[in-house]
Design a protein around this ligand. Structure first.
Ligand code: TYM
Length: 331
């Protein structure tokens, strides 16, 4: 049976981009594949959280995963640092990852721009750690959003390089997965690029946001001064609001506002009010579940322990085989 794996950094609450980019697909896949879903807490160290935040964030994200529909009985749900074999595989893969290709990686260049005072080696080798996450369970499919496409390409390169170097077919070459469709990119509310936790206040809608917070964020979303020509293409900020509507609203609702835009009769206030209500309707059951789960630390502990045990069974087996392929042998 094919193995599916995906993960999310524990740097903050989950937002609609995480949900539609990764979690939603994973929830479908967990029914029929051998699935691993983890919280990338080693990765989150690149931004130097305090120890209290480090733990609190992992707890929060675990509760949010569960509330969003990940089932610990069907999938293996674990915390990355509970599988320390990941760190060893990362070390081994680092020996075949080259400075040039790591420096050329788009996400690295972006980080250098955003945090010039903290360009640490963990940032440079971020894609290698991600490859270790994926390869440690010999995964085939990786449900992720569009922003992770290049990282997946690098994972394939590292897998192929390992196989060639040791003349083996050991690692499968995993692919980004979205049921045969293009990978998803959910836009933020600031009129520009994607929804992201580090894109600034008001850009992202979090699954745990209270209805009032959601309404405020959506009402403040960037728009334009309105269409002036019939059938004019929506500008980027308006196209972004339509994309969000496509994700959370009924198709007829989206069609109505698109038509209003085409006829130049659209009222952005109405569009935002409707979008806000549809987001609230969509996230409310998840938010309530998050709060319920957070109030049950015993359950969270049980889930984390169970996941760690299952993940280590698979991870330890891979590491043993990899060590033997590389030439680490017992005397
Ligand atoms: P992270 O934590 O930034 O995002 C987690 C998942 O959410 C998706 N995503 C989006 N999808 C669509 N639109 C958006 N606006 C949006 N924002 C985020 C991401 O594509 C991702 O699928 N490096 C990863 C974490 C990771 C990982 C892995 C993922 C570590 N190891 C191994 C898969 C496999 C990251 O930072 O994702």
């Amino acid at each position: 049976m094919e193995t599916v794996l995906s993960g999310i950094r524990s740097t903050g609450n989950l937002h609609l981009g995480n949900y539609f980019g990764a979690i939603r697909n994973f929830v479908k896949l967990q029914e029929s594949y051998n699935c691993y879903f983890f919280i990338a807490d080693y990765h989150s160290l690149t931004t130097h959280p305090t120890p209290a935040d480090q733990h609190g964030n992992v707890r929060q994200v675990l509760a949010e995963y569960l509330a969003a529909g990940l089932d610990p009985e069907k999938a293996t749900l674990y915390v990355q640092s509970d599988l320390p074999e990941t760190a060893e595989l990362y070390l081994l893969l680092n020996m075949n990852a080259y400075l040039g290709e790591l420096e050329r990686c788009t996400s690295f260049k972006e980080k250098v721009r955003k945090q010039p005072n903290n360009v640490n080696a963990g940032l440079l080798t971020y894609p290698v750690l991600m490859a270790a996450d994926i390869l440690i369970h010999k995964s085939h499919k990786v449900p992720v959003g569009k922003d992770q496409e290049q990282h997946l390409e690098m994972t394939r390169t590292f897998a192929r390089r390992f196989n060639n170097l040791y003349n083996t077919e050991y690692f499968p070459e995993p692919s980004a997965f979205n049921f045969g469709e293009d990978l998803v990119k959910i836009p933020g509310l600031d009129g520009s690029g994607k929804m992201g936790k580090s894109e600034g206040e008001g850009n992202a809608i979090f699954l745990a946001d209270e209805p009032e917070v959601i309404r405020k964020k959506v009402m403040r979303a960037v728009t334009d001064s309105g269409p002036t020509d019939l059938n004019e293409e929506p500008s980027q900020p308006i196209a972004n609001l339509f994309s969000l509507m496509k994700a959370v609203s009924e198709p007829e609702t989206l069609a109505f506002f698109e038509e209003e835009h085409a006829k130049c009769t659209i009222r952005y206030g109405d569009l935002k009010k409707q979008l806000a209500e549809d987001v609230v309707t969509f996230t409310s059951p998840i938010r309530e579940k998050i709060n319920e789960i957070l109030a049950d630390p015993d359950y969270l502990r049980k889930v984390a322990l169970m996941g760690a045990e299952k993940a280590r069974e698979s991870g330890a087996k891979t590491l043993k085989e990899v060590r033997s392929i590389i030439g680490f042998r017992a005397f």
